[in-house]
Design a protein around this ligand. Structure first.
Ligand code: ADP
Ligand code: MG
Length: 737
């Protein structure tokens, strides 16, 4: 260990803590340097305030006591799975020995920490339970002696069994006491610190770990949240500024061209939202720098049509366009609906087609050699105006003569990098239109898609029948029979039914391409996940349905991501054309699929899906003017937190509202798509929803700097910080962005 010099953020932890302890830190948290360790921030602080005596506890108020553990008792719960840990304590300070009961539901940590005879500081709200006072799930911090009780707030860190909170605090103390403030070099300009009223870097590091008051701790947290938002927004602002300097070919369209012919042939009128978004896009396309626009719209609002009109404007200007879809099913659907919408205008290259017509092709990974050749040639010769496809479009062999517009559908599955690959297929950067599957709140758009302009469509085309959504609690008697009867009733009317299952088969853990949503509200792997019955699979549901007499004469098909692509296309076509009345599938049908005759969607074990996913799923029905019904089944009790989430979906069809509640309850990593692999989320401190205002301020501050006189270059330290941050975190982030 070094004794004679100060630590810097690069100091390796083993020279600070010794090899054995350093290894423990690395195992627990993955940190190897002082800087990484100092970036391990408390989740919150335990508010100490005045210490109370057990005999004088005020009911309904927050109190802090120092007490000794007298007994610990574990009880099973009758009504729900899990256990209750009852801990009885008595005053540890002063002569009084009154006792108090505390309870911890599924208190794994408490069971580990609170041994009989140990002393701890507890804080929580005083409640009355069966005529006794009690603290339910209090915060606590173990003390060596009662006298150790310190009036300063106690930071509560994310901890592990082998590296508990107390040990983290001791380690932080050790490190901080050896850091001189100058080590923490400030990079946020003075005027920004002042206008944001946030502490400098050195103060913030000290105060987040060793605050004198809770307010100090939170002020420090705010600094780091702002820092993160600021660096992100600076990086995004730079991308925007960079793009503004790039040239692009203005695509003015042509009088009496394809677009005009198409508009004239449309069997319906555009919605106000489509008109407005269409104008915004049309204006972008005639500028001399590349459009980079996000088209957000409620499920079913008609985004494809808006994108198609933009493509036609570009084709009218002599350019080609590409539409990138996340799955094969969706690429095929887009291809078919574009062909259908265009009619003879999309029959370019075919015998006797309209002279204005353009050629539309589709390219997916499963295309045969001859077909692939034909499609590649069409694009490379410039004949193809619209090339729809999956990732296959990103391949090197795909070449265009003049790629003028790239449309990316259901953006969150594609990263910035992939957009860049497509961009590179044109000599001059093409215009870019990104469409999201699910509406996202403004601040999230600002964070996740910060370098894009946003167009919004809230209105649905007229004649859209309402979708009613109902929760079906399967544990109630006869619910299952009624469910199947309901399906039969619908198919008897000649309508079609989706049955969505969470999994493909017992064997397969993975889904088609969607990560399973994280079990909400539990970071504790040992909690009751195992108590749930295994969720339904496509295979099992196929077995059930195909052997039921009521469905003996009903066409039933399965669709999931592990089927060969011609099987997938066949199944989808069979359903689309009405040869199958029931489609049993996974979430492959979540996005974009458009079968007008489908009126009922049954989502099995719906608690397995996220709010936005459920909303997206039910958007597949009620599309042909026939009212739609969505039934979400679950085996869970009515009070289960996941059922509360399902209620939200049941209660409203406003996608923007649902997106907010969805994001509110998710962890950031899930919003950003970063933590699915189990790595930490890219945003450490920032909470995209809670810190909405702060993000907006950071964006303004970032723009002021990037667009100001000397740009970011006049703040060398800040520039270096942005670059370092981009290298470390942003890369991973942008790749998913
Ligand atoms: P989403 O925005 O969810 O991608 P789509 O683009 O799939 O929605 O459109 C949903 C359906 O609405 C399609 O069948 C499309 O042809 C139809 N549609 C689009 N615009 C209109 C309109 N203005 N009037 C009537 N139907 C429309
Ligand atoms: Mg769509």
């Amino acid at each position: 260990m070094t004794d004679d010099q100060d630590f810097t953020s690069h100091t390796p932890l083993d020279s600070v803590l010794g090899v054995a302890s350093a290894r423990k830190v690395e195992t627990a948290f993955g940190y190897t340097t002082v800087g990484q360790l100092l970036g391990h921030f408390p989740r919150r602080y335990m508010e100490i305030g005045e210490l109370s005596k057990i005999s004088e506890l005020p009911v309904g108020e927050d109190v802090t006591i120092v007490a000794e553990v007298k007994s610990v008792n574990q009880r099973r719960m009758h009504s729900r799975s899990g256990f209750l840990l009852e801990v009885v304590v008595s005053d540890a300070l002063g002569p009084e020995q009154s006792i108090l009961r505390m309870s911890f539901f599924n208190g794994y940590e408490a069971k580990r920490d609170l041994q009989v005879g140990s002393t701890a500081m507890f804080s929580g709200k005083v409640t009355i339970y069966r005529n006794h006072l009690e603290l339910t799930h209090p915060e606590y911090s173990i003390l060596d002696t009662a006298e150790e009780a310190d009036p300063r707030p106690i930071p509560i860190y994310p901890a592990t069994a082998k590296f508990p909170n107390k040990k983290i605090r001791e380690t932080m103390e050790l490190v901080l006491s050896r850091m001189r403030p100058e080590i923490f070099e400030e990079f946020i300009p003075e005027q920004v610190l002042e206008s944001q009223r946030i502490p400098g870097r050195a103060t913030a590091f000290e105060n987040i770990h060793r605050p004198q008051t809770v307010a100090q701790g939170y002020a420090a947290r705010k600094r780091f949240a702002f820092e993160e938002a600021f660096l992100l927004q600076l990086a995004l602002a730079q991308r925007r500024a960079h793009r503004m300097q790039q040239p692009a070919i203005a695509r003015h369209g042509a009088p009496a061209g394809l677009l005009e012919a198409f508009d004239g042939s449309l069997p319906f009128t555009l919605t106000d939202g489509q008109v407005l978004a269409g104008m915004e896009i049309a204006e972008d396309l005639v500028r001399g720098h590349p459009m980079n626009r996000l088209l957000q719209g409620e499920v079913g609002s008609g985004k494809t049509l808006v994108a198609l009109r933009a493509m036609l404007q570009v084709i009218d200007s002599g350019g080609q366009t590409a539409l990138l879809a996340p799955t094969e099913v969706l690429a095929q659907q887009h291809y078919q609906s574009i062909k259908k919408l265009l009619g003879s205008l999309g029959a370019g290259g075919e015998l006797g087609s309209d002279p204005r017509a353009t050629r539309v092709d589709v390219l997916t990974g499963s295309a045969g050699t001859a077909e692939r050749k034909r499609v590649l040639l069409g694009a490379a010769s410039g004949e193809t105006g619209i090339l729809v496809g999956t990732h296959a479009l990103l391949s090197d062999v795909v070449k265009f003569v003049d790629l003028g517009l790239v449309v990316v559908d259901e953006q969150h599955r594609f990263g910035v990098e992939q957009r860049d690959v497509l961009r590179s297929k044109a000599d001059t950067p093409p215009h870019m239109l990104v469409m999201t599957a699910t509406p996202i709140p403004r601040t999230v758009a600002m964070t996740v898609f910060g370098d894009l302009e946003v167009s919004l469509m809230k209105t649905l085309p007229p004649g859209r029948a309402p979708i009613s959504t109902h929760l079906v609690p399967l544990q109630l008697p006869r619910m299952q029979e009624r469910l199947f009867a309901r399906i039969a009733e619908e198919t008897a009317k000649g309508h079609q039914v989706y049955v969505v299952c969470p999994r493909i088969s017992e064997k397969a853990v993975e889904d088609d391409f969607l990560p399973m949503p994280v079990e909400l509200g539990s970071n504790d792997a040992s909690s009751d996940a195992s108590a749930k019955p295994a969720s339904m699979t496509v295979e099992k549901m196929m077995d059930i349905l195909t052997t039921m007499p009521i469905f003996a004469n009903t066409g039933i098909r399965a669709l999931h991501g592990r089927m060969a692509s011609d099987e997938k296309t066949e199944a989808m076509n069979a359903f689309d054309r009405g040869r199958a009345s029931i489609l049993v599938s996974t979430t492959v049908i979540e996005v974009g699929v458009d079968v007008h005759n489908a009126t009922l969607m049954v989502i099995i074990d719906a608690e397995n899906f996220g709010i936005s996913q459920l909303h997206q799923l039910r958007g597949r029905i009620g599309r042909g003017g026939l009212p739609g019904t969505c039934l979400m089944t679950t085996w869970l009790d009515a009070e289960h937190p996941s059922v509360v989430r399902l209620r939200a979906v049941e209660s409203t069809t406003d996608g923007f509202l649902l997106a907010e509640s969805d994001l509110n309850e998710r962890r950031e990593g899930d919003i950003l798509g970063a933590s699915q692999s189990g790595s930490r989320s890219t945003l450490k401190v920032l909470r995209v929803m809670k810190d909405a205002k702060l993000i907006a301020r950071a964006r303004d501050a970032a723009e002021a700097i990037v667009d100001g006189g000397g740009g970011l270059g006049s703040y060398p330290r800040l520039q270096a910080a942005v670059e370092a941050w981009v290298d470390e975190d942003m890369q991973a982030f942008l790749e998913r962005g």
